[in-house]
Design a protein around this ligand. Structure first.
Ligand SMILES: Nc1nc2c(ncn2[C@@H]2O[C@H](COP(=O)(O)OP(=O)(O)OP(=O)(O)O)[C@@H](O)[C@H]2O)c(=O)[nH]1
Ligand SMILES: Nc1nc2c(ncn2[C@@H]2O[C@H](COP(=O)(O)OP(=O)(O)OP(=O)(O)O)[C@@H](O)[C@H]2O)c(=O)[nH]1
Ligand SMILES: [Mg+2]
Ligand SMILES: [Mg+2]
Lengths: 293, 279
């Protein structure tokens, strides 16, 4: 573990006084490897270790702590600070409906998370509507229809012959008014942030629905490209919040720190399982321990 | 030695960063750069371009090239491919792409919808079957996946088909009950006929970072993997973790996914892959 490796560095030192420059250098080297192995992006690791170097050199070691413990505590607190320390939730529009857009890379968990959020609001007593706006993937509409049935939330399906998401908007608007829905969750097709045509389609769809929240759904096991992808979505479409999925796995989840520190958008929820009740609030402390390993 | 110093330290630093940004991992990235510097000591006349070519070749060599079962003669009965992996990586899509690939080679193919859990998983594979005009063995949602796998191999054998491609549910590697279910699927296929040539392919998403190590580690514990498929290489992620996996586990990468259509599947080319990481 990182603590073990840092203890190894300080074990060799016998000098008193504050943390020496060379010990700090060795420490930062170990920390860099640990964070990169946790999938924190390189640019974020550099920034993080630079800021840490300034604080650590010459720092006095507190009584009752080993130097390694002190440094780990410092790292932990800084990660918690970056991850954000307030409870983010989905903001409701001043008057209904609140339209929520789900977007992200292929396979990140958008369809499943759409249903989870629907269940979350239904449980709070809200009138919720799901919109099956992924007309590209085979049986995507069936997938959301089935999930809607499982939780008792109605799903707008494309009418006969409709092949483009923008051609559903009129009938969705009609359904919203007829049913007086308060929360409308729009599931969209997975897409690459570098696919210009599909990003234009999504931008166009956003201008037609004018959603209150555009949520980026990200697989927590994402690697180094997490920052570029999320920045791409933020620049092309605009990201209001992020949901990280599959945190019930054993990934260290460094992408969470990378994305949060670069695009600086709130983390609204985390997905912690395949079942529709597996949607949890994001807890920075837990995530920080997980990333440090 | 003077020539060696010509390549300034920034060259090695930048190279290591390129490798790390490609998801190769910090330890392997450093090791590759150190190996390169060692090689350069024995090739003092090498230019930066020579070094990059050497590194490319070095990375490409990490990938073993064992012959897949479909390139060998199959004396009797169908060859079976089982696609496994964590959630959302592209198993179902890859099953469809493989079906199209083998069909285009003149083989007869049948599909098995052994993901009986996820909403519309069976529908999704059946839609692929319809598009490609290939039969799909399936049961009701909630059925025993091992039973579907068994039926698929049986149907392939009865109809004298060349290949049975079986899709399974996504499962995270730390879910013990799901991994046990997968182990059962594998053993049921072997029980149907121990002589059946079987390839179990672990599908990895190129956007995944270092967690791929844990995925490979845990999946191979419960079922003998014969190869990898690396999907979503049409995105910006390079899938460099595959180099580290090749070093450690010596498993061949059979195919790569480069898009969402049936034709977006390519046989793996280690040289091209290494080049795409470095250039
Ligand atoms: N274990 C686990 N699995 C999840 C979680 N969220 C989603 N999944 C699974 O991940 C896979 C992909 O989920 P989808 O909801 O289909 O993903 P998507 O983003 O809609 O996919 P596309 O529409 O193809 O882009 C499915 O097998 C889901 O059950 C989670 O939090 N934990
Ligand atoms: N861009 C791109 N998308 C891909 C590729 N392979 C699969 N996809 C997409 O990734 C998403 C998930 O693919 P699936 O085949 O449903 O993945 P899966 O592993 O079967 O998912 P589960 O069964 O839910 O675990 C779909 O939107 C696919 O179209 C690829 O090579 N490139
Ligand atoms: Mg979807
Ligand atoms: Mg599938």
């Amino acid at each position: 573990s990182l603590t073990g490796r840092l203890e190894g560095i300080f074990h060799k030192l016998t000098g008193k006084g504050g943390l020496s420059e060379s010990a700090v250098e060795d420490t930062l080297r170990e920390l860099r490897v640990a964070l990169l192995e946790a999938d924190v992006s390189l640019a974020v690791v550099k920034e993080f270790t630079e800021a840490l170097r300034a604080r650590l050199v010459g720092q006095a070691v507190k009584a009752g702590l080993t130097p390694a413990q002190q440094i780990i505590t410092e790292v932990y607190k800084e990660i918690v600070h970056i991850l954000g320390d307030h409870r983010a939730n989905i903001a409701l529009a001043s008057k209904p409906p609140t339209i929520v857009f789900m977007m992200g890379l292929q396979g990140s968990g958008k369809t499943t998370t759409s249903a989870k959020i629907a269940l979350h609001f239904k449980t709070q007593g809200r009138r919720v509507l799901l919109v099956a706006s992924d007309l590209a993937r085979l049986a995507a509409v069936d997938q959301l229809r089935i999930l809607g049935e499982q939780i008792g939330v109605p799903v707008v399906l494309p009418s006969e012959g409709v092949t483009r998401p923008q051609d559903m908007v009129a009938s969705v608007r009609k359904r919203i008014l007829e049913g007086m829905y308060e929360i409308v969750i729009v599931d969209t097709a997975g897409r690459l942030s570098i696919d210009e045509e599909l990003m234009i389609e999504l931008k166009n769809l956003k201008s037609l629905y004018n959603p209150k929240e555009c949520l980026l759904v990200v697989d927590a096991m994402q690697g180094q490209e997490a920052v570029n992808v999320s920045r791409g979505f933020d620049q092309s479409i605009g990201v209001d919040g992020v949901i990280f999925t599959k945190l019930d796995g054993d990934t260290r989840g460094g992408a969470v720190l990378s994305i949060r520190s670069v695009i600086k958008k709130p983390i609204k929820f985390v997905g912690s399982g395949e079942k529709l009740d597996r949607l949890e609030p994001f807890i920075p402390e837990r995530m920080a321990s997980r990333i440090i390993g | 030695d003077a020539l060696f110093r010509k390549k300034d330290p920034a060259f090695y630093h930048d190279l290591e960063e390129v490798l790390i940004s490609a998801d190769i991992g910090p330890v392997v990235a450093q090791q590759l750069v150190l190996d390169l510097q060692e090689w350069e000591k024995n090739h003092p006349e090498a230019t930066a371009e020579d070094s990059l070519s050497h590194l490319e070749a070095r990375m490409a060599q990490e990938f073993p090239s064992s012959q897949p079962i479909w390139e060998k003669e199959s004396p009797h009965g169908p060859q079976v491919l089982l696609l496994v992996g964590v959630n959302g990586v592209g198993k179902t899509t890859t099953t469809g792409k493989l079906a199209a690939y083998f069909k285009s080679q003149g083989r007869t193919v049948i599909l098995g919808a052994a993901d009986t859990f996820r909403a519309a998983a069976i529908d999704q594979l059946r839609r692929w079957g319809e598009q490609l005009e290939i039969p799909v063995v399936h049961q009701k949602p909630g059925a025993d996946p091992a039973s579907v796998a068994f039926d698929t191999v049986r149907a392939a054998r009865a109809r004298k088909l060349d290949m049975a491609l079986i899709d399974t549910a996504g499962r995270l590697q730390n879910k013990h009950n799901l991994m046990a279910e997968l182990q059962k699927i594998g053993s049921v296929i072997r029980k149907e006929d121990p002589e059946t040539p079987v390839e179990i392919l672990l599908v990895l998403d190129a956007t995944i970072g270092q967690n791929a190590h844990s995925q490979l580690e845990e999946f191979r514990k419960i079922t003998p993997l014969s190869g990898l498929v690396l999907t979503k290489l049409d995105g910006t992620s390079k899938g460099g973790v595959a180099v580290a996996l090749a070093q450690k586990y010596r498993l061949p990468v059979r195919f790569i996914g480069v898009g969402e259509k049936a034709t977006d599947l390519l046989p793996f080319d280690p040289g091209l892959f290494a080049r795409s990481i470095l250039r």
